[in-house]
Design a protein around this ligand. Structure first.
Ligand SMILES: [Zn+2]
Ligand SMILES: [Zn+2]
Length: 344
């Protein structure tokens, strides 16, 4: 039940969850009480928290159904020579911006607290992540923390393994469930206990609740740019399709693949207690998120590509922010922990 006011007695278990997941413990030693204060004082009401969950289902439904139609439309239009460099640039630029919003912002900053960022930087990444249409930031983080706590076990929201039948059919069913089927199954109703720190942050709650409008903005902006650049309505339509709809579809599938592909296909380098894998293809496409076995072994690490050759675009961004003084308290696994968890 999503009643935050009744969550008060459960503060201790909540703190236990955050401690278990190693969230903002080491990096916030100076003020642990502030981070773990009772979320009931600031938490949005039931309705506010429920609305984004419903929204994510609606947006996901659109994300699943719309892209094939949009792609056909784009292909037909492109057939006549209406596909040009500006559309490619819009697709690439909005893919990079929204993907980093998810990987650097939603995932490494808000879900795992693997570094601390200045407020405008945090707001920027929350905004860019919201444009991806993968759900409001608080809901996304709650689902993902739940995934880490129960990874590949019964309560994991999107495991391709837990509760699945053996054999090929079971694997296909597991893959489809982990990829996107889970979005249409019953989503756990006690998710708010995973995110007391985010619910207590007014700025994050505000961006969280503006989610539908930010998604709309992210779809329309490439259209406006395409229209202004070409000074034609067709340019605006193509900008909307390539930089908005197609970009959203591609990123959705890349992100979903971390949950499905990266728990099935790839190598295992560290003991993580689950089926997470390092998959180089998604290490590149998802800006480092494909080094998923590394990530499950060391969830609080801001760097997922732990070897020099494990390309991690998000880590490059976080390290750059740190060098610019915009990020601090960047967390990395200690060498001895790397050694003890390494699989033979
Ligand atoms: Zn995982
Ligand atoms: Zn994670």
């Amino acid at each position: 039940m999503l009643n935050s006011t009744k969550a008060q007695p459960a503060l201790s278990p909540v703190a236990t969850i955050l401690h278990e997941l190693d969230i903002a413990v080491e990096s916030d030693e100076a003020k642990p009480a502030e981070r773990y204060e009772d979320p009931a004082d600031h938490a949005p009401t039931n309705v506010e928290l429920l609305r984004p969950v419903l929204a994510v289902r609606v947006f996901t439904m659109i994300a699943v159904i719309a892209p094939p139609f949009a792609l056909v439309a784009v292909m037909v239009l492109a057939w006549g020579g209406w596909f040009n460099l500006v559309d490619v640039v819009l697709l690439g630029a909005f893919y990079v911006i929204t993907a980093l919003g998810v990987t650097v912002g939603y995932h490494r900053l808000f879900t795992h607290k693997s570094f601390a960022a200045r407020r405008p930087v945090a707001a920027f990444f929350a905004f860019c992540g919201s444009m991806s249409a993968q759900g409001p930031v608080i809901w996304w983080s709650a689902v993902h923390r739940s995934h880490h706590q129960h990874s590949d076990k019964e309560l994991d929201p999107h495991s391709p393994h837990a509760g699945r039948a053996k054999g090929f059919i079971g694997m296909v069913q597991g893959f489809l469930h982990a990829h996107m089927g889970w979005l249409f199954s019953d989503i756990r109703s006690d998710l708010e206990r995973y995110v007391p720190d985010l619910l207590a942050d007014r700025m994050i709650v505000r961006i969280n609740n503006a989610f539908p409008y930010i998604v709309l903005f992210g779809l329309l902006l490439p259209g406006v740019i395409g229209g202004l650049y070409t000074m034609t309505w067709m340019g605006a339509l193509l900008g909307f399709l390539w930089g908005g709809v197609v970009r959203m579809c591609v990123l959705h599938h890349v992100t979903w693949s971390i949950n499905s592909v990266c728990h099935i296909w790839g190598s295992r380098e560290y003991a993580s207690g689950d089926h997470s894998r390092n998959n180089p293809i998604f290490g590149i496409l998802a800006f480092g998120e494909g080094w998923h076995n590394n990530h499950h072994a060391f969830p609080a690490s801001a760097r997922h590509g732990l070897k020099w050759w494990q390309i991690d675009g998000s880590w490059i961004v976080i390290r750059s922010l740190e060098l610019l003084g915009l990020a601090k308290k960047v967390r990395l696994p200690a060498p001895e922990r790397l050694a003890t968890r390494r699989l033979a």
